[in-house]
Design a protein around this ligand. Structure first.
Ligand SMILES: Cc1cc2nc3c(=O)[nH]c(=O)nc-3n(C[C@H](O)[C@H](O)[C@H](O)COP(=O)(O)O)c2cc1C
Length: 279
């Protein structure tokens, strides 16, 4: 499969933003329990083909059944417009969100809430340890994975390796925010945590979007541009940072793109690839 050309997404204008719709929520994240979506819909979701995950309780979510022979049945998502609720089940599109230790990780709950408004999207999150400092896991209504889960899951040869299962599961990866540290790791192939292992093993035929976020001084250091170019040369898509008054008080480029810009970029990529989205 040919690689995508290096690219930077130029965000659409705010007026181009679509309306809202429902998305089935998965609650709570680590329990793998499904719950009604905002429209009162049942939260039943299609299980991934290779990874049939049995929700076994809040503290032991990582029980997997492998079913390599059969595609699981995906019922039409409740709440689809009539033309979409045909006998052909609507395909779920799986987005894996990576979050790193930038202050912009404060926006993770909002980002996830907005992504879940896109019909047909299933979302999971992979976090670095530093990123955990910036958001409340209770506010993340999808499955959230971190380094501990990777090592808890694997006990013996027959156990699945979480970073490989996640790279198989995901159709699209969105790293938001991408801090300077993880940017440097990704540009150099370093893989010392769950997030960087998923990306090190990424299937380059699938889209990967990244949203840099850092202090202006870090952004302006010449190594940043080199590393961003390196990521784009892999076929990853940059969602550029913006000029803003930063939390540290400095004003300048380096702030993560606005959440609506990021969500519109995800929708655009899905549409470009002819994948179903409505919101
Ligand atoms: C309050 C605070 C805010 C930070 N914000 C940023 C940021 O916006 N961008 C960045 O590149 N690093 C930022 N850092 C530094 C990163 O958290 C640090 O480099 C960390 O090692 C990143 O780890 P990770 O890439 O594994 O998540 C911040 C640190 C602190 C303490």
């Amino acid at each position: 499969m040919p690689r995508a050309a290096p690219r930077t997404l130029i965000p659409p204008q705010p007026g181009a933003r679509g309306g809202t719709s429902h998305g089935a929520l998965r609650l709570p994240g680590r329990g793998g329990v499904t719950a009604p979506g905002p429209g009162g819909a049942s939260g039943a979701v299609a299980l991934p083909p290779r990874l049939r995950r049995a929700a076994t309780g809040i503290e032991t979510p990582f029980v997997y059944e492998f079913d390599r022979g059969m595609e699981p049945f995906s019922p039409p998502e409740p709440g689809f417009p009539a033309e979409k609720s045909s006998s052909v089940p609507q395909r779920k599109y799986r987005v894996l969100v990576g979050v790193t230790g930038s202050v912009a990780a404060l926006k993770l709950p909002l980002l996830i809430a907005e992504l879940l408004k896109i019909t047909g999207l299933e979302v999971k999150v992979v976090t670095t340890e530093r990123a955990k400092h910036f958001y409340n896991a209770q506010e993340i209504p999808v499955t959230l994975y971190s380094d501990e889960d990777e090592w808890q899951l694997w006990k013996s040869r027959s156990d699945p390796v979480l970073h490989i299962e996640l790279r198989r599961w995901a159709d699209l990866m969105l790293v938001a925010p991408l801090d300077a540290n993880t940017l440097a790791k990704l540009a150099n192939g370093i893989c010392d945590n769950l997030l960087t292992c998923v990306i090190r093993a990424w299937d380059l035929s699938k889209p990967l979007l990244f949203c840099p976020a850092m202090n202006t001084a870090m952004w302006e250091h010449p190594i940043t541009a080199q590393q961003v170019e390196q990521l784009k040369s892999f076929g990853y898509t940059e969602i550029p940072c913006v000029v803003k008054k930063l939390v540290c008080g400095d004003e300048g480029r380096g702030a993560m793109a606005e959440v609506w810009t990021i969500v519109e970029s995800v929708k655009r990529i899905l549409e470009e690839r002819d994948l179903p989205t409505q919101s």
